[in-house]
Design a protein around this ligand. Sequence first.
Ligand code: GLA
Length: 384
Amino acid sequence: MIDKNLLLENYKKHFGDEEPRFFTAPGRINIIGEHTDYNGGFVLPGAVDKAITMAIKPNGTEYVNLISVDHDDAALFFRIGGPQPKEQWASYFYGVIEEMRERGAKVGGFNAVFGGDVPLGAGMSSSAALECCIGTALNTLFDLHFTREELAKIGQMTEHHYIGVRCGIMDQFASLFGQKGHVVRLDCRSLEYQLVPFKPKGIEIVLIDTMVKHLLASSEYNVRRAQCEEGVAVIKKYLPNVELLRDVTIEELEAHRDEIDPMSFRRCAFVINENKRLMDACAAMEKGDFVEVGKLVYATHEGLSQEYGVSCPELDFIVDIAKTHESVLGARMMGGGFGGCVIALVKKEGVADYIADVKEKYQLKFDKDPRVIEVEISDGAREI
Ligand code: GLA
């Protein structure tokens, strides 16, 4: 987490000596269950010890004054109810406020300095962390009484309406509901969830960032979502109770293969299989069988790469290297795709070897260094 004192100093420098309050919200990892959330399926994320943190205080005006530490202390202000700022980082604030106002909340102006250590573009949901940090702070400071579930939806709808990404709810939910040492088994339709202890003996989570930030990420994301909806629309003609891919079995999809665009068919098949893999992984985890979990994780990567088309050569390369290490039980790209990082489940004794091997080969092949990100599963959004 970014140093609180750094934020405080910065706050005092820009806004005078008043004492602000501090809020933080984490990024997330996801063990398995990718691109299932907007299809009403299941996901298995956990909040991590990398977060967006904010010093903030109401200022009694209708203006929001912001300083972004991660953008070289860029300063920006906007009027609540005025036009949306052009800068994306400020749009998260604008969006959360508008979504809250839409739900009847009275949000006043404030001063805020914020920054974080969630690696940007790594597929660890730095944007959801920011939305959830803003949401938690405003909810507390203006006594708004939104539930955590509502805050998750406010964050998600900020993405839809003010950023242009039709994301699911996994990232915001993990950032708000995460708990140290646990992953969240979330039903993305009902939003029922269980906190599942996640401390596999002798196994570490290793994240390796490709350092690839693909510009297509948000546009292609929306295309995938539309392809899933296309498949559902066909099935729905025959099975009117079907609302989301979650409701469709692979047999039902197969039965209507001829009527579905071949590309959309592959996308839909991936999602249905991925949801099943998550169920199987949960069952294996219950038995402590991480060898099986690992196999499913590899299968997820194969599907994301070949069927869902959201991987890239750098991600595939890091996963391929994993397969040559017996100590790596499973590895896959994580998050929306087109760059970002690989998550691997690795036996402790093999972690150093795997990382060294990836670093060397990746540098040779792509002429750049990957970044290793150490994480611990931690608590969700809160005042600190
Ligand atoms: C992004 C989105 C999530 C989810 C993942 C893929 O992180 O924000 O809602 O769809 O991609 O699983």
